[in-house]
Design a protein around this ligand. Sequence first.
Ligand code: CTP
Ligand code: MG
Length: 242
Amino acid sequence: MVRLFVVLTAAGSGTRLGCGMPKALVPVAGRPLLEWALKGLPSCDFVVVNAPSAQLDRFQSVVSGFDFPTLVVPGGSSRQGSVAAALRALINAVGPARDDDLVLVHDAARPFTPSAVFDRVVAALRDGHRAVVPALAVTDTIKVVAPRTRPDEPVEIVTTTPNRATLRAVQTPQGFYLHELAALHERFAERAIAESTAFSDDAALYEATNQPVVTVVGDYAAYKITTPADLTLAEFQHSPHR
Ligand code: CTP
Ligand code: MG
């Protein structure tokens, strides 16, 4: 039997949300985002959840309401560092990675991801792809800008406009073979020290080593709760009084 594991990244502070608590503990319709995210996971062999180190107990108490095997581990100083710590803890808990072990890395900040997205990622892995990301076409025109020369400079200089037809906004869950993803995280561990040097998703580690990454169709419902407006939308969608 092929084993399926999940790393649920939830160690972020939620600075842009500005609720004064870690984002995964912010309630929507009375339940913390972490609980919604756990409820949305597919059935799997083991889940590792990253938590801010000061909140391990609180996260543990949310996680213990679920009956699959889980472990809550402290996150790192970047999302990449959190995933690396989770992968180490996972391999410690379940034993050395087997060649066919699969792992999905998913953000607790995308708590309403439809099960069909998980299914498409796993199906593409089973079809032989080694790194799979859900993706959507972008609707905005995206510009590349040059770094500001002074922090108080009111304008930024636009350098280029990539052809929008070639751009995709990518989501999670992202799917991989556990032994390959764990090895890449060990190889690039130095970059995980700060968000400014870290990779912002897991597929980027494959791209950095010229290994193929493929997309499957994502879903707007898998949007990332980042700003207060996202939280308002989530409340509206999940309010019991709607
Ligand atoms: N994450 C993590 N460890 C970190 C940073 C982020 O596990 N050191 C997780 C977050 O919990 C989230 C996902 O990575 O599930 C995506 O990060 P983001 O949306 O940026 O969440 P936060 O970092 O919490 O938000 P902000 O950047 O506004 O502080
Ligand atoms: Mg962040």
